[in-house]
Design a binder for this molecule. Sequence first.
Ligand SMILES: [Zn+2]
Length: 211
Amino acid sequence: MTSAPPRPDVVPFIAAWSGEPRLRRNVVYAARGGVAFADETPEDRDQFGVLWNSRAMAPGTGRPRYGEVHPDRQCEAMRYLLCQVCGRPADRDRRGVLWLLEDNRADWDGWPNDLLTVHPPICLPCAGKAVEMCPHLVDSNVAVRVHASEVCGVYGRVWAPSAFGYPVRTANADVVAYGTAAARWVLAGQLVRSLHGCTIVDLQRELARCR
Ligand SMILES: [Zn+2]
């Protein structure tokens, strides 16, 4: 008999719980093009008219599903720049809001300027705990101060018209920009921000400043 893996004592704010099942909704064609829910309510769309996945809201119920992001809480954290781990305001100083990103500095000159991300920012205490619990984060992630960022789209499953009289899910989950034709066909799961005015910082120095 194998024992269960130890349960981390921190469940990220944006993680879904087993007591928060995805709600099964019938997807139909929207009158103005794209997709809609058959039983749609005004709360199903954001202020840009994009349709969002729905999931029960009951954080702390059942078991955490670390691999799944709760769409409502991810959206709240991203929109209001809350820490993705504790849900309190992310750290901010004169250089900007703190983000802990996977280190992709080789991707382009000036990375992560213009990066599109679904990962909300973080607060200093949570960043400190994250690298303490997972030392590999120190090497594989990079701390960044982001002076300006903009909500610019969503990440979600793209739907398409079909010959059957109803829309069908495609295999594509993608970033879809607000204001594009594709925005009518996506079922959003996460909010996307573009990052600008980025300064890469030394997380240990950031942590030392707050001690
Ligand atoms: Zn936090």
